[in-house]
Design a protein around this ligand. Structure first.
Ligand code: MOS
Length: 699
């Protein structure tokens, strides 16, 4: 099929090289400025005061003791905080009313000359509440479940094709199970941090964010400012996993604090504990999955019904059942989402939102069907491969799930596998292997602009206000710019991370490199058309991301296969994962070194999800009790065995001129299911409730 002009492929030279991170040296020597470390004269420090009830209102707030502490410059509460201009987003409606929507919500802040003083003073604020009854527990039979109008980012809530009830009733083989995943919190290494300066009627933020321009776009109207009066700077970010994909309440609190002490910079860094209720999190899910098939494993019905939560103050509807719509062929398919609006912190984006919990349920259900049919789980997937996208009927731009499964099977030694569970024992350990599919949509977001200027130093200044959230954007965009301009990487001077640069979309939905890269290519093509390849100093051109007509013609998704070996101790139930392999089909790889780090990072996060991560809610208080790394364990080196990620040698002619698709999120998808399926193969015990812990295996 023909390729659109927007995707006309590049002459590839720098793309594909395993370049070291251009920002690596600055990071390991401590000279890369993260938000909190920005050198600013005479800063003040902000420490928040948080609500200790889950629902109700403040009846009295006494700040006298806090204000009296030496070093305190100001205390702000809903009674005296500067007014915001829009209450459209209640998560960002900070210190504007006495209402409490969840435990941990900001109800005030102390601004002091030292962080320790601010923290101590925050503890001296006395608050009286009129509490109302609250609901903080997600239950499938809870009152008030509702059907949202759409799920994120803009998918239909429900789909219904054919007659699933009739198909299930007449199916030779069925699976009907409920799978649950817990509340999980994003924990990037760098806490959410905003340094704010209010001066000359404008706001400057050094922010730890995945999108400088998106922070500006959301905060400017909130503070009643024209967008060009808000500047957001983020040259380096210490991870986000989606939690820095949109501004949260702390961005606003820092802005209000800066306004209250106008002229002086204020620094606000959330503590690790505060991040568990103020930076977004992955909703817990309760997922009923039903499959109907004939004895040979050909699916006749797929039903995926999800119950999940949002906060009462703001809707966030995770797209958990959406991947089910495209994974396997079946004439009868139904998916749907129901939401519980609870008095809890506001859920948000967490690495592969939707795909991550949804594919856990779906890929364990497929494993259960394989067992029931007596089929190899890879063969079951091959038999249900859809020729076109089942939902839209569009052709796939590229779908190489089977290639990933087959290549992974070959490398992992899958042909040695005896399908009978609980058969292998080694030194007191039960041994099993498991597989699961992986998928993630190919997104690109319209609206970015890049400018290119040739300097007297004979280098191209390539400017775009993108963010590198730690993934390698500095390096990958430099490689793309070099090929687009037909010059060595040394001739590129990339400038990112600042709203003073042309508009860039968010580093989210694994769309960053696709969006910004194709924008840079468009700008480079315009530059070369205008100025040639021997430009004079000062030559400058800019361009917007071109439209890609292939987006409408094709279903564009990445695929992968995850393999895991699990050992379970027969006496203690201890679980180890000595071996994992991921094989991915993601188009062309821009930089194998940084790409590999994205894949194995995602897989490690999937391992962590499978065995460790769980935020425990005490519904009596609406309180997340697991607020630190002692209680909320994240997989560390000691938990990770021989973990490897590879990719098929591909280029995608429809996605963009680089031939790439996104890679930031697909690594987590399916990893937890592969481990759960391997744990079943090891023990014969099917666990459908994450995380898989020894107590669940022993009971
Ligand atoms: Mo990702 S959760 O879309 O930043």
């Amino acid at each position: 099929m023909s390729t659109s002009l927007a995707n006309a492929p590049l002459d590839i030279r720098a793309i594909g090289l395993p370049l070291e991170r251009l920002d690596g040296r600055a990071k390991v020597t401590g000279t890369a400025p993260y938000a909190y470390e920005q050198p600013l004269a005479d800063p003040l420090y902000v420490h928040p005061v948080q609500a200790t009830i889950a629902r109700g209102r403040i009846t009295a707030i006494d700040v006298a003791a806090a204000k009296a502490l030496q070093g305190v410059v100001a205390v702000i509460t809903h009674e005296n905080a500067p007014r915001l201009a829009s209450d459209e987003d209640k998560e960002l409606w900070v210190l504007q009313s006495a209402e409490i929507g969840f435990r941990g919500q900001f109800i005030g802040a102390v601004i002091a000359d030292h962080p320790e003083v601010a923290r101590q003073a925050a503890g001296l604020v006395r608050v009286e509440y009129a509490a109302q009854p609250h609901e903080a527990e997600l239950r499938a039979d809870g009152d008030g479940l509702y059907t949202p109008k759409q799920v994120n980012p803009d998918y239909p809530t429900e789909t219904d094709e054919g007659d699933v009830d009739a198909a299930l009733a007449s199916a030779a083989v069925t699976v009907d199970q409920t799978y649950t995943t817990p509340w999980e919190n994003n924990n990037p290494m760098e806490p959410h941090t905003t340094v704010a300066i209010w001066a000359d009627g404008g706001l400057t933020l050094y922010d730890s964010t995945q999108g400088t321009h998106s922070v500006r776009a959301m905060l400017a109207p909130l503070f009643g400012l024209q967008p060009d009066r808000v500047r957001v700077i983020a040259p380096h970010v210490g991870g986000g996993f989606g939690s820095k994909g949109t501004p949260h309440a702390h961005d606003v609190l820092a802005g209000l604090a800066a306004q209250a002490v106008a002229g002086r910079p204020v620094k606000l860094a959330l503590t690790r504990q505060q991040m568990f209720c103020l930076a977004g999190y992955r909703t817990p899910t309760i997922q009923r999955f039903r499959l109907g098939a004939d004895r040979e494993g050909h699916l006749s019905a797929i039903v995926h019904e999800v119950v999940e939560q949002t906060s009462r103050i703001k809707e966030f509807a995770e797209q958990t059942a959406v991947p089910t719509r495209l994974m396997y062929a079946s004439p009868n398919r139904r998916t749907g989402h129901r939401l519980a609006a609870l008095d809890v912190p506001v859920p948000s984006w967490m690495r592969a939102p939707g795909e991550t919990p949804g594919m856990f349920a779906g890929e364990v259900a497929m494993d259960e069907l394989a067992v029931t049919c007596g089929l190899d789980p890879i063969e079951l997937r091959v038999r249900n491969e859809p020729a076109v996208d089942p939902e839209s009927g569009k052709p796939w731009a590229a779908r190489n799930l089977i290639g990933c499964l087959r290549e992974g099977a070959r490398r992992f030694g899958w042909d040695q596998r005896d399908p009978t569970p609980a058969m292998r024992r080694r030194d007191g350990w039960l041994v099993g292997t498991g597989v699961a599919s992986s998928t993630y949509p190919r997104y690109a977001m319209p609206g970015s602009v890049a400018s290119i200027r040739y300097g007297a130093d004979r280098r191209y200044a390539v400017r775009i206000g993108a963010a590198d959230l730690g993934t390698g954007t500095w390096t990958a965009l430099t490689q793309i710019a070099a090929d687009a301009l037909g010059c060595p990487v040394e001739a590129i001077a990339l400038e990112i991370g600042d709203t003073d640069q042309p508009k860039a979309t968010v580093a989210g939905g694994s769309s960053g490199i696709s969006s910004w890269g194709s924008t840079i290519v468009a700008a480079a093509r315009a530059f070369r058309a205008e100025h040639g390849d021997d430009p004079g100093a000062g030559a400058e051109t800019s361009a917007e991301m071109p439209e890609n007509p292939d987006e409408k013609r094709f279903a564009m998704h990445s695929f992968g296969a995850q393999f895991a070996e699990v050992h379970v101790h027969a006496d203690t139930g201890e679980i180890r994962v000595p071996r994992m392999l991921g094989v991915f089909s993601v188009g062309r790889i821009i930089n194998p070194r940084t790409a590999r780090s994205q894949f194995i990072g995602g897989m490690t996060m999937g391992l962590s999800m499978a065995l460790h991560e769980e935020s425990v809610m005490d519904p009596r208080f609406g309180h997340i009790v697991t607020q630190d790394f002692a209680n909320y364990h994240i997989a560390a080196n000691a938990d990770v065995g021989d973990l490897d990620a590879i990719w098929l040698d591909e280029q995608d002619p429809h996605s963009n001129p680089m031939g790439s698709r996104g890679i930031g999120e697909i690594g987590i998808v399916g990893a937890a299911a592969a481990i759960a399926n391997a744990a079943y193969h090891a023990t014969g015990i099917r666990l459908r409730d994450l995380p898989i812990t020894p107590d669940k295996l022993l009971s």
